[in-house]
Design a protein around this ligand. Structure first.
Ligand SMILES: Cc1ncc(COP(=O)(O)O)c(C=O)c1O
Length: 395
């Protein structure tokens, strides 16, 4: 049978990260490639208790269809958690924040619409947007985040963009944090340009030294869609996220949600609502921060020890799960990867995270799932691969 694929199916791409993860399944590979939270942080005991309680107290509700908006209690809990006044009626519970990206794309993007993103940005967002056939344009940034001048130039270079997708907190892939001043400039500029903002914040709670500055959505709630997730603070396997949308946009997102999967699993929502009672996150999340901070410090120390004479540059993320590395001139991270895997270590090359111009010298390292010993050994192996990179390939 010769299937004729829809144009949007042609626009779908396999995730490069999944391809890299296949390489890492080889025995003995130390992987800094995945974007998985550390399973040591999953509150298994709390969920065991909640699971039993939910089935005992509300088993029929937990096993029944539910409202597309989400469980009322969980929507209230989400609204209460956020650092600006949010009406629970603005909260849409989603099947992971990845679904939020899909719904936003369906509601805002036509074929050919301009969509602005940071360069680099989260690969899963590029994947979610691609089937709607937008023209995705990357906007440059620096250590403080998105560059307002570059945004002004990009926004003015054609028809009005439908949205700017932005990750102010410990961005995936770079780990960078947008400064307070930059956030303020960005929301003011977005207001001037009448540019809708889609703020994605799965990592904001994972800060190491100080909480991040107020979200963009807190500064201008009427012009922002905010995406949040329980994946990095509780468990990604439950697939629970949320969208906070201005009232005017909410009904369309809700209709898209209904069409996609009717609702997010009733059972999972009840379990999370139960776990969240009595301020659980306030007790649980500090442990994740402490663990990830010590892992980051271990990776920074290993990089300093192994790489300081090799001409690489790396940042010092103030939270999140990722560290961003730049190889010396003439090296290409995609070419380095198979050589690194031969030495027994894996990472994700930075190029696929770029929309438009890519920097082939960049790569992403996750510091959260490997043990301290694996971090030391893995970075030493990576240094070996860098040292063995053939000079003839240097430009
Ligand atoms: C920036 C960003 N947004 C969204 C997601 C999707 O998260 P969820 O598990 O909530 O679907 C991820 C997952 O890694 C991410 O890094």
């Amino acid at each position: 049978m010769a299937w004729t694929l829809a144009r949007r199916a042609h626009a779908m791409n396999p995730s490069v990260i999944r391809e890299v993860l296949k390489l890492t399944e080889r025995p003995g590979i130390i992987s800094f490639a995945g974007g998985l939270p550390s399973p040591r942080t999953f509150p298994v005991d709390a969920f065991a208790e909640s699971c039993a309680r939910v089935l005992r107290d509300d088993g029929q509700g937990a096993l029944q269809y539910g409202a597309s908006e989400g469980l009322p209690l969980l929507r209230e809990q989400v609204a209460d958690m956020l650092p600006w006044p949010v009406d629970p009626a603005q909260v849409l519970i989603t099947t992971g924040s990845q679904q939020g990206l899909d719904l936003v794309a369906k509601v805002l993007i036509d074929p050919g619409s301009r969509v602005l993103v940071e360069n680099p940005t989260y690969l899963g967002a590029l994947q979610a947007f691609a089937p709607m056939e937008p023209r995705i344009e990357g906007v440059a940034g620096d250590d403080e985040g998105l560059d307002p001048q570059a945004l002004r130039r990009a926004a003015g270079a054609g028809e009005a963009p439908r949205m700017l997708y932005v990750l102010p907190n410990f961005q995936n892939p770079t780990g960078r944090l947008m400064s307070d001043a930059r956030r303020q400039t960005l929301v003011e500029l977005a207001q001037e340009l009448e540019l809708p903002l889609v703020e994605d914040n799965p990592y904001g709670e994972l800060w190491f030294e100080a909480p991040p500055p107020a979200p963009l959505s807190a500064r201008r709630p009427d012009a922002c869609i905010y995406l949040g997730s329980f994946s990095k603070v509780l468990s990604p396997g439950l697939r629970l996220g949320y969208v906070v949308a201005p009232h005017a946009l909410y009904p369309k997102l809700l209709q898209a949600k209904q069409a996609a999967d009717l609702h997010t699993p009733s059972f999972n929502q009840r379990m999370v609502a139960d776990v969240l009672r009595d301020g659980f996150l306030d007790r649980h999340v500090p442990g994740i921060r402490a663990l990830y901070k010590s892992q980051r410090d271990a990776m920074l120390a290993a990089l300093e020890r192994e790489m300081s004479s090799l001409g690489l540059q790396w940042n010092r993320p103030a939270g999140g799960m990722f560290l961003w590395v730049r190889l010396p001139r003439g090296m290409d991270a995609t070419e380095l990867l198979p050589r690194a895997v031969d030495k027994g270590v894996a990472f994700v090359p930075g190029a696929p995270f770029h929309a438009g111009e890519a920097d082939p010298r960049t790569l992403r390292l996750s510091f959260v799932t490997a043990t301290r010993e694996q971090i030391d050994a893995g970075i030493a192996r990576l240094a070996e691969a860098v040292r063995a990179y053939p000079l003839r390939q240097a430009a």
